[in-house]
Write a protein that binds this ligand. Sequence first.
Ligand SMILES: [Zn+2]
Ligand SMILES: [Zn+2]
Ligand SMILES: [Zn+2]
Ligand SMILES: [Zn+2]
Length: 503
Amino acid sequence: MPSSAVPLYRIREMAQSTNEENLIPYQYYTSEAECNIEIKKSKLGGRGLFACRPIKQGSLIFANKPLVVGPRADCTGVFCSVCYISSDSCYPCEKCQINICSEECKFSPDHVKLCNFVIDNWKIKSNPQNNLDISNILIYLHFLILSENKKSILKIYQKDKTKNIQNQIKSLENFKNIIPPDQITFIHMIEELLKVNSFRIANSVDNKKIPLRGFYPLSAFLNHCCVPNTRNIFRTDYEMAVYATKDIAAGEEILTCYTGLLWCTPARRVQLYKTKRFWCTCSRCQDNTERGTNLSAVKCLLRKDCVGVLLPIQPTNPTTDWKCDMCHANVSSEQISTIHSVLGSLVGTIDLDDQFRLESLVLERLAKFVPYSNQIFVDLRFRLAVKLGFADGLKLNELSESRLSLKENLCRGTLRVLAALGVGDAHLRGLVLYHLHAALAERARRYPDLYEELKSEIENCIEQAYHILQGDISAPPDLELRHRYLGPGCDKPQEEKFFILDK
Ligand SMILES: [Zn+2]
Ligand SMILES: [Zn+2]
Ligand SMILES: [Zn+2]
Ligand SMILES: [Zn+2]
């Protein structure tokens, strides 16, 4: 059984070695006998995780518990510091001023530990403002209360030393006279650490928790690729489990994707540079068609009647010219940026919540600039596919026939893009398969005579979706139930199977 104690212990050994060379390789065992992965120098920079043996698609590579979990940097509003429920009824603890939602959370070991630390170390009583917002620096407080042993491993991780002032630093200003200087220095170090090493924790859509991020001692070694070979699952205790989305050969690097999989190359690269401080040069980034998906393509407006699309000539160069694939005319990167900002503001006006009456005017204007292969349309199709049948007042059984077919087609379109990108059993694929299954199952519920015809695809979709999403806190709540009733091997009569969908 993989346990977080194992990697923590080994990583501590690495930290205690002062010689960088001695830090590698470090091997991680998933069982007594079998070495699964090792930490080695990576061509991508720094260290990375590598397969020690062939790893089969769908298998668990490793799991690790977070060293620290806390709110994301952009988190706003009032929330409980213990259970992370967002609620206006949260109130500050009279001793430490940290927000809690209930007596239960107040007397939880988590709060007591924070509370004691703040009372013992911070001049909280002499605070004249009396309304300090500790929520903003909560994640740093969690690092401060770590044992010295655990703190010692932090020094082996990469830090972002570019010193760009973030909102968090501004809020730290208010704490200057409250937190001792050595702790302020420590907080700055943690900020540099989190900038490049934290993972967003995908939460369930219907629980009322705030957006969270975590620092994972082993996952932090995962390098990025725009066509990753893994997917992440976050369990209810925030444990992060990493699964193979395709077969991985011995010696191959284990890679994750820090951006959206459906984003086009310019969008991914800028985001990676802004958040993680590097310019990706993976094979997808070097291919201007992104494996034939043309996600970044813009319509050629240079010649009248030209039906070609513009693509970057050198996609890894941010100032590259773009070239039409039909008339071969060139456009500068500045002109492309102008088009992108127009598109951005157009997309900003689309309201998906507006009962899906996607303003046809906006879509028409978008279609003047970009082909349907562009990521803007790919993203809209995906969001609509997921929303149809799963929004208030627009449940599956309330969808018109045409909207039900639309949902099915949108799912199939998104699956085609994911297949072309070669991302294997990515999390996103699991989600889209779940929605395709839901659309097909709803059709079979309406027309029981069609069930035999649809049965194998329904079973196949929910089976795959289940294997990809199982155990994830952001998975659809009825995934388990649908898999049990509509997956392969269920011997319940047809009416009973669909009874669960009637509810
Ligand atoms: Zn609470
Ligand atoms: Zn307290
Ligand atoms: Zn890339
Ligand atoms: Zn052209």
